[in-house]
Design a protein around this ligand. Structure first.
Ligand SMILES: NC(=O)c1ccc[n+]([C@@H]2O[C@H](COP(=O)([O-])OP(=O)(O)OC[C@H]3O[C@@H](n4cnc5c(N)ncnc54)[C@H](O)[C@@H]3O)[C@@H](O)[C@H]2O)c1
Length: 207
């Protein structure tokens, strides 16, 4: 599959294709044209054809796309053909909410542990996952082949966590703390800055 040098904009659209195709599959829809897909997903038909051509194009003239094949192919491109071990650092409000969210597990993101520095939180079990002392962080993540860390600490703790991550085998961070982390180039960081999103809303609402 030729999925090298795909633009970030295309990659960012793929989860949306994946989500809508799953809905079509759940509704027993077996094939769909780019025009029909365009109506439900909101991208133009030509955008859809262009996006999917990046990966070799999965459609057939006059037939459209086989929904299941397309769903599986996009899943492959998104790396969903295997599971990923994850941990949460910062087991407060947000960390606990993420631990209780079952869809990550369904997609193959398996939560192996949670970490905190607060003795009142260490030792709790959230959705069958133990909260462990940060003292054991490096040993735990390397022993359990953890690949992704969800950072849910306060702003001030987040860079410390990122520094410790760089001494392990971890290659990806899902960062919820409102800070731009400084990490080596080979570590991927995806930020979820909820306040940034909220301020975008207020921009559009302002008079
Ligand atoms: N809760 C939300 O809805 C929400 C929304 C937007 C952004 N955020 C961001 O997510 C982060 C977590 O928010 P929260 O509401 O869960 O906060 P919280 O205070 O409930 O939880 C933070 C947890 O991180 C732990 N912690 C702090 N430093 C640590 C370190 N170095 N190593 C390990 N654990 C450490 C704390 O002991 C605490 O349990 C914050 O940065 C916040 O700005 C949260």
């Amino acid at each position: 599959m030729k999925d090298r040098n795909i633009s970030l904009a295309v990659i960012r659209r793929l989860p949306k294709y994946h989500r809508y195709l799953k809905e079509l599959l759940d509704n027993d829809i077996k094939r769909i044209s780019s025009k029909e897909l365009s109506k439900i997903i909101g991208f133009t038909a030509s955008q859809i054809r262009q996006d999917l051509n990046n990966f070799g194009g999965f459609g057939q003239q006059g037939y459209g796309y086989n929904v299941e094949d397309l769903y599986n192919e996009i899943g492959k491109i998104l790396g969903l053909t295997r599971n990923y071990n994850t941990v949460i650092v910062g087991a407060g409000n947000l960390g606990q909410a993420l631990a209780n969210y079952s869809s990550f597990d369904r997609l193959g993101f398996n939560l192996k542990g949670m970490f905190d520095i607060n003795p009142k939180i260490i030792g709790l079990t959230i959705n069958d996952v133990k909260v462990i002392d940060m003292d054991s962080f490096e040993t735990f993540v390397n022993d359990n082949n953890v690949e992704i860390v969800y950072i849910c600490t306060n702003r001030d703790g987040a860079q410390d966590v990122a520094d410790r991550i760089q001494k392990t085998n971890i290659k990806a961070i899902w960062n919820f703390a409102p800070i731009d982390l400084k990490v080596r180039e080979d570590i991927i960081v995806e930020n979820v800055h909820l306040i940034d999103n909220l301020l975008t809303l207020s921009y559009f609402l302002k008079e």
